[in-house]
Design a protein around this ligand. Structure first.
Ligand code: COA
Length: 145
């Protein structure tokens, strides 16, 4: 049983650890914690057996949301948790009267691209050399509702 809930202070260390595990330029614990004070930000976590097993982070400006981070603990992947996180985020954004969600993804990140395609995101652009460590283009994907 997975619960999708708003991130709170108690979740921050686990979220930062998962960031460090999954990304070459991870957000620090302080950066993640500061999102709790940002009125534009909405972060959700997936909790299983009392443990954080995934998270998604977003910011919304003038009704247009951006997803900044999404990750699931390796042992919990391919169980629909990322899909549950993004769907829960979209539901929460709708309540806040946002109309779209956009994100960047590495062109080589086939699992993430497959997830976003399954969920109805479409490509709206490409940013050459957007990522470092290693340098790589980003696809810009978006979903409106
Ligand atoms: N290969 C192919 N398709 C995949 C996939 C993989 N390894 N992982 C997910 N998908 C697609 C499938 O369409 C899947 O549906 P299906 O299982 O019915 O076939 C759909 O996404 C939903 O998968 P889900 O189980 O919800 O994804 P997940 O919980 O395993 O998490 C990531 C997916 C991308 C978040 C996870 O692999 C991860 O944390 N990766 C490292 C961090 C990362 O790259 N984040 C995204 C940054 S933009």
């Amino acid at each position: 049983m997975i619960d999708y809930v708003k991130m709170n202070e108690s979740h921050v260390p686990a979220v930062a650890q998962l960031e460090a595990l999954c990304f070459s330029e991870p957000w620090s614990e302080n950066s993640v914690a500061s999102e709790l004070k940002n009125p534009l930000s909405l972060w959700l976590v997936a909790v299983a057996d009392g443990q954080v097993v995934g998270y998604v982070g977003s910011q919304t400006v003038l009704g247009e949301a951006d997803m900044m981070n999404l990750a699931v603990v390796p042992q919990y992947r391919r169980r629909g948790i990322a899909e549950g996180l993004v769907q829960s985020l979209i539901s929460a954004l709708k309540e806040r009267e946002a109309v779209s969600l956009a994100l960047e993804v590495r062109v080589s990140n086939e699992p993430a691209i497959a997830l976003y395609q399954k969920m109805g995101f479409h490509q709206v652009g490409r940013r050459p050399g957007y990522y470092r460590k290693p340098k790589e283009d980003a696809l810009i994907l978006r979903k409106e509702w």
